[in-house]
Design a protein around this ligand. Structure first.
Ligand SMILES: [Fe+2]
Length: 208
């Protein structure tokens, strides 16, 4: 089986479109999950899609899921694949209080419903169900694991956790730069880099 290749797309959204999306986010109600703050598309979906539809790089007809998320701490490694959600498009909207973080897309992938690997932490997520271990411990269900430590250069982005937590993984860091977009297969494990900023706001789209 083949995965969709990663695509780093520059200038997906203009500064003016970014401002409009940030405003929609700021005016919407929100709810909190344990480690991530999301705003679902439901109430504000129409106005969000209107902005997205202006970009030639976004196919709004293929959008299955669309939500805003705001983090103050790096998010765990996870996959987002579900029956109808096959490809991710991450749109960085705003980074405050420091340099842009990175989204790390690993080469390793998981051919089943989304999971979140929370290492030693206890979390219960409704979607992308949590498993309390490293991706490596999850075993053969994960494709293309290596039998080695994560490369040193990649670990530089992920050193908020001990190096052994990332054992068996390889991958690519993509800058979380507002205006650009990161498109990749939802089956691929991905995680936020160490954050030297205070907060980041993004919009995640999943295509069917
Ligand atoms: Fe994700």
């Amino acid at each position: 089986m083949s995965l969709v290749e990663d695509k780093y797309i520059e200038n997906v959204l203009t500064t003016e479109q970014l401002s409009r999306l940030i405003e929609i986010y700021n005016n919407a109600g929100d709810y909190k999950t344990e480690a991530m703050k999301k705003v679902t598309g439901s109430k504000n979906l129409k106005s969000t899609l209107e902005v997205l539809d202006e970009s030639e790089h976004i196919d709004v007809n293929k959008i299955e899921v669309c939500h805003y998320y705001c983090h103050k701490t790096p998010y765990y490694p996870h996959t987002d694949y579900h029956y109808k959600e096959k490809e991710n498009l991450v749109l960085p909207l705003q980074v405050t209080g420091g340099p842009n973080p990175y989204l790390i897309i690993f080469d390793q992938w998981y051919n089943n419903d989304g999971k979140t690997w929370t290492f030693k932490d206890n979390h219960k997520f409704k979607v992308n169900k949590s498993v309390k271990c490293r991706p490596f411990d999850f075993g053969e269900d994960i494709h293309e694991l290596t039998d080695q430590e994560i490369p040193e250069r990649l670990y530089d982005y992920l050193n908020h956790w001990p190096r052994k937590y990332w054992f068996g993984l390889t991958g690519t860091p993509y800058e979380f730069r507002p205006g650009n977009g990161i498109q990749f297969d939802s089956k691929k494990i991905h995680a936020t880099s160490r954050m030297y900023c205070q907060e980041k706001l993004g919009l995640t789209i999943r295509y069917c």
